[in-house]
Structures are given as structure tokens and as C-alpha cells.
Design a protein around this ligand. Structure first.
Ligand code: ZN
Length: 194
């Protein structure tokens, strides 16, 4: 009889431990970085009459540089958190329109701009791959000649980074040896090249 009570007690402890950890381990990600837009192949980068969407592209006749990448996507496409973290901002401004800013571990911040809808609130914890908003054309993407896209930024300790170096792409294969070993078929939102 005593044994049964002990076993039940142990199971209870394990369950409690699981619930306790579940909340604290929210930041453990499956991928180092996930593309915020689902693509099974290459990530299409915007290129239209008003400019190119690569990192460092010229804006305002060269007076400023593009600090992120513009990933082409249809309006309404879900925008997913590249990594788990805490929502720093979920608001709008003049240039970015509706945008979400997420703070991750290791001094990283990701920003998702020109959204049509914001689906998270400031201070909210988000898991990797959780939908934080929908693609739109707000802010300075309103012009009808600008193709719908997600403006995506990565910053490390405040400095803008080229997001392409963080996403899982075959050109970055060496950075992702472990992931390649774990997911050899390139499943789960991995990308072939860009
Ligand atoms: Zn942009």
C-alpha cells in the first residue's frame, strides 16, 4: 500500500515539475531562427519600381539604408515569431506602419513591419513560430506600386544585422550543421537558397 502512495506522490511531483518547467522553458527553440513567412523554397525578396528589399539597399536617394529585408508575401499571410521572446512593442509608427518588435535572448531583437493586423500585445511572451500578425501595406509600404511584403529586421545589441545571415538557408549551411543533422530532409520551414 505504501508503495502505491509513493508512486502516486512521485507522479504528482513529476507533473508539477513539468508544469513548472513548461513556463520557464518557453524560450527553447527548435530552430536557431525561423523564417517569419512560411516558404518551402527560397525566400523571395522584394524588387519593384520603388526599390530592392535586400539589407543595406539605398532608400531616400541614398540618404539612408534599408535596415532589414523585405520578404514578399500576400496580404493577410501569417507572420511568425522567428524566435521565442517577449513583445517589446506592438504598435504603429509613420514608416513601419503597424509593427511588432520582439526581444529574444542573447541581445537579439526582431522587428516585423507594414502589418495589416497585430495579434500580440506589449509584454506578451511568444513562442517560436507563433503568429504575431498579418502581412499588410501600412506605413511607407502603402504605395500601390510597392509589392506587398513583410519588412523584417534583426538587431543584435542594438546594431542592425542582415537577417539572411540568421535564417536557415543553404548558403548558410555551415552555421546550421547541427540542425541539418537533426532535420536532414529540410523539413519545417527550412529554405534551400537565396
Ligand atoms: Zn523594408
Amino acid at each position: 500500500m505504501k508503495k502505491v502512495v509513493l508512486v502516486i506522490f512521485c507522479l504528482f511531483l513529476i507533473l508539477c515539475g513539468f508544469y513548472f518547467l513548461k513556463d520557464r522553458l518557453f524560450w527553447i527553440d527548435k530552430f536557431e531562427f525561423l523564417s517569419p513567412i512560411d516558404y518551402s523554397g527560397d525566400i523571395p525578396i522584394r524588387r519593384d519600381y520603388y526599390g530592392e528589399g535586400n539589407f543595406g539597399a539605398k532608400r531616400s536617394r541614398g540618404r539612408r539604408l534599408h535596415l532589414g529585408i523585405d520578404i514578399l508575401a500576400e496580404i493577410g499571410s501569417p507572420v511568425k515569431a522567428a524566435k521565442s521572446g517577449i513583445v517589446l512593442n506592438a504598435t504603429r509608427n509613420h514608416g513601419m506602419g503597424k509593427y511588432v518588435e520582439i526581444k529574444h535572448r542573447s541581445g537579439l531583437i526582431t522587428i516585423y513591419g507594414h502589418l495589416s493586423k497585430i495579434l500580440v500585445k506589449k509584454g506578451q511572451r511568444v513562442k517560436q513560430a507563433e503568429t504575431v500578425g498579418e502581412v499588410g501595406k501600412t506605413g511607407n509600404a502603402r504605395n500601390r506600386l510597392i509589392l506587398p511584403h513583410l519588412h523584417f529586421e534583426v538587431r543584435k545589441f542594438g546594431l542592425p544585422q542582415d537577417p539572411v545571415n540568421y535564417l536557415y538557408l543553404s548558403s548558410n549551411k555551415d552555421r546550421f550543421k547541427l540542425l541539418n543533422a537533426l532535420f536532414p530532409n529540410g523539413k519545417n520551414n527550412t529554405h534551400n537558397s537565396q
